[in-house]
Design a protein around this ligand. Structure first.
Ligand SMILES: [Zn+2]
Length: 426
């Protein structure tokens, strides 16, 4: 099976998308029952013919993260594997995800549509500034999508700042793909060396892994700072390894468009009921057309909302807002609760250091404390300002300290991603 842009449903009417979704869901159920040991058991009493209306989808069983990690091999549906990727393990044990050659083509198609919706085309030159190895899916997917779109693409990866600057000057890219906090650190570092990245060839920055918007859809401090430092427009994408699909801003930047031919998206409350547009719920997905490890109604644990109304771009695919928080990360602390991302977003937006980690310590008592440990701080006078900014945003008091790189590595342990929060509370 080939994935071609003309297969895209994004400009069909909502009724047409729903009609095609029902057909895809029937096919999905039939394939899961045939190929997956897990769904063979779980869907034993369910027939594809039971799915007659969109509401019928609500009666289908969920797939939890626990099921996926404890019975992983029962989810595998093919033995023709072309590539293996693993999840980062930032929310649990790493998950091994096998991909067939069709899954790789599907990933390319997904990113091709996403980049095209941002207005990126064969006249652009792109640099991918995330890891393209170490079993990560994202860099590989972006690369395949950009190539499919005919974009001249450089696989830069994560390099020392001065080398990034060298390649930007040498290759004159119009598009960069990477992690928001990294773009801030890179620009700040060059600025401190008297170099202004604002005048570079870069016009568009596609950001992954960290939210760029506030709950009201306005750009957050991180996003505004990147635009200011780079003199470029930023675009957000949301994705995860398990779902092998992404939700990406279009040129109108009104939320991440889903690709309905590849994924069916629901936003649900704790009881599994759909929430109203604009209301925060859990992103639950069914992945169509995947062969290695397809899922049905997978509860991602990521909390966001459906953006109401139509997008001016003319695409009728559903849009989601930023991930407001991850369900598993709510921390109870001294009679209140907070999400670690509230603190890390503040530190990221300040771009005040080369690296940092936030550590929660204590014994679940009033003596608990939160340390923000910074390395290579650009301005030591700003430590108080960091404490005040975190207090204002997260309503928790933290103590900010400077340390060497080893301390951060020690706190981070053997995590594959540069995690920013560690819970060492007993
Ligand atoms: Zn749009």
């Amino acid at each position: 099976m080939q994935f071609l842009p003309e297969y895209s449903w994004e400009r069909l009417s909502e009724d047409e998308i729903n009609h095609k979704t029902l057909l895809s869901m029937k096919k999905h159920i039939s394939e899961l029952k045939e190929n997956s040991a897990h769904y063979k058991r779980k869907l034993a009493n369910i027939s594809p013919q039971d799915i007659k209306t969109m509401d019928n989808i609500l009666s289908l069983p969920f797939t939890s993260k626990d099921e996926l990690s404890s019975q992983t091999s029962d989810f595998y549906c093919s033995n023709k594997i072309a590539e293996t990727v693993v999840t980062s393990g930032s929310t649990g044990n790493p998950l091994v995800v096998p991909l067939t050659s069709t899954d790789l083509a599907r990933l390319a198609f997904n990113e091709q549509m996403s980049f095209a919706s941002i207005g990126i085309n064969a006249q652009d030159k792109a640099q991918i500034m995330v890891s393209l190895d170490r079993l990560f899916v994202a860099g590989m997917a972006y690369y395949r999508g950009l190539i499919a779109l005919g974009v001249n693409t450089a696989r830069i990866g994560v390099l020392p700042f001065e080398m990034q600057e060298y390649y930007i000057k040498l290759l004159q890219p119009s598009v960069l793909v990477g992690v928001p906090s990294y773009f801030i650190k890179l620009a700040e570092n060059l600025k401190n060396c008297g170099k202004n990245i604002c005048d570079s060839s870069v016009k568009k920055i596609v950001c992954i892994g960290e939210p760029l918007r506030n709950e009201n859809m306005s750009l957050n401090d991180v996003a505004l700072k990147i635009e200011r430092l780079w003199g470029a427009k930023i675009y957000s994408t949301y994705a995860s390894t398990e779902i092998c699909s992404s939700y990406c801003d279009c040129e109108c930047r009104t939320g991440g468009h889903s690709h309905p031919e590849l994924i069916y998206t629901e936003i649900l409350d704790d009881e599994g009921k759909p929430v109203a547009d604009g209301e925060i719920g859990e992103i639950v997905v069914s992945t169509f057309g995947m062969q290695g490890m397809p899922v049905l109604r997978y509860r991602t644990g990521d909390m966001s909302f459906k953006v109401a109304g139509n997008c001016p771009c003319g695409r009728n695919s559903m849009r989601i807002g930023p991930v407001i928080y991850r369900k598993s990360q709510l921390i109870k602390y001294k009679g209140t609760t907070f999400y670690p991302s509230t603190i890390t977003n503040v530190v990221d937006s300040l771009g005040c250091c080369e690296d940092y980690i936030v550590e929660l310590k204590g014994q679940k008592s009033d003596d608990d404390s939160i340390d923000v440990v910074l390395h290579a701080v650009t301005d030591e006078k700003n430590l108080d300002a960091i404490e005040q900014a975190v207090l204002a945003a997260a309503r928790v008091r933290v103590s900010v300290n400077i340390c060497d790189k080893n301390k951060i590595s020690m706190l981070r342990g053997d995590a594959r991603k540069a995690i920013k929060f560690v819970n060492n509370r007993r």
